[in-house]
Design a protein around this ligand. Structure first.
Ligand SMILES: [Zn+2]
Length: 321
């Protein structure tokens, strides 16, 4: 099964295949996806189309195809933020330009994937512009991003754009079941958002467990029985903090959506038990403030803030609503 077989990618896959068949695979391709919807699979297809020399490229069987798939093809260069950094720096783009200026190892095509492209700082994007302006024949540059607006217009305008469709929930679940078997995929996508490619890589049972545990704790918060300090300490120190924050955000967003609905409808709630009495006391301002705090916490999670303390502040905010 190819990585790009997901049904919502079909239109984009066809667009790439047609361009390749017509000998018009773009020298610069900007893949715009919502995180986790399959942009990386499309990038891999583009790389195999460019590098596979079989008549029916991508054949999936030849040495080039296999090396692209295993991430070891010498003419498929990946540029990503360095460890412990969220940025792609100008030095990395200069290195890339030097590598691309040389002829490829096989004397044929070269492909570079910059992902996420919006991680390039301004200097890096400027350095890339030179490569985009004077492309060497046989070079395919692929920029993968979920935030094209964060890229300079001068960069975007030089790329052919490929938009990845966001899958319907049912289609995403059917695909995940096909790839990984039955599992708590509904809960996983509630936590991750519509990101089936991310769900594919994750321990689904663990995510479902975290979500149930988080909802139980928040029910305890409503009932006034939760030990806030201890919970914040345990959550803040765990390796699962990022997923925990995603569970919290999902829960908060559901509460806010409920609060904004003018008439309460007998709709099944996505996020578990929540008493009608507590719901009627929703305090939108506090919920929105908590959501702001949560976004800030998710943004800062890699830095050296006191995570348990930040979580405690957030939980106390929610306890008072
Ligand atoms: Zn091949």
């Amino acid at each position: 099964m190819a990585e790009w077989d997901a049904p919502w990618l079909a239109a984009a896959v066809q667009q790439l295949r047609r361009a390749h068949a017509a000998g018009r695979l773009p020298s610069a391709l900007l893949i715009h996806e919502q995180r986790g919807t399959g942009g990386s699979a499309l990038a891999q297809l583009a790389a195999q189309l460019a590098l596979c020399r079989a008549a029916t490229a991508p054949c999936g069987e030849c040495r080039d195809c296999r090396l692209v798939r295993s991430g070891q093809h010498p003419d498929f260069i990946r540029v990503a933020p360095m460890e412990d950094s969220r940025l792609i720096r100008v030095e990395q783009i200069r290195d890339l330009r030097e590598q691309l200026a040389l002829t490829s190892h096989a004397g044929g095509a070269s492909v570079a994937l910059i992902a996420p492209a919006d991680a390039m700082n301004a200097n890096a994007a400027n350095a890339l512009l030179k490569t985009l302006e004077e492309p060497r024949a046989g070079v395919t540059l692929i920029l993968l991003t979920s935030m094209p607006s964060a890229l300079p217009a001068t960069v975007v305008s030089r790329c052919q754009r490929l938009r990845v469709a966001v899958p319907e929930r049912a289609a995403a679940i059917a695909w995940l079941e096909q790839r990984r078997g039955t599992g708590p995929w509904e809960a996983v996508l509630d936590v991750l958002g519509e990101a089936p490619f991310e769900a594919l890589e994750i321990d689904a049972a663990e995510v479902a467990r975290l979500q149930a545990e988080t909802h139980a704790a928040l029910a305890g918060l409503d009932a006034g029985t939760l030990d806030i300090t201890r919970t914040a300490e345990a959550w803040g120190r765990a390796a699962s903090l990022e997923l925990r924050l995603a569970c919290l955000e999902n829960w908060l967003t559901s509460r806010i959506e409920e609060g904004m609905r003018p008439v309460r409808q007998p709709r099944e709630l996505r996020s578990g038990a929540h008493s009608p009495a507590a719901r009627s006391e929703l305090n939108m301002t506090r919920l929105l403030r908590a959501l702001d705090g949560l976004h800030e916490l998710r943004r800062l999670r890699l830095s050296s803030i006191n995570r348990p303390l930040a979580l405690e502040v957030l939980l106390r905010e929610l306890a008072q609503r």
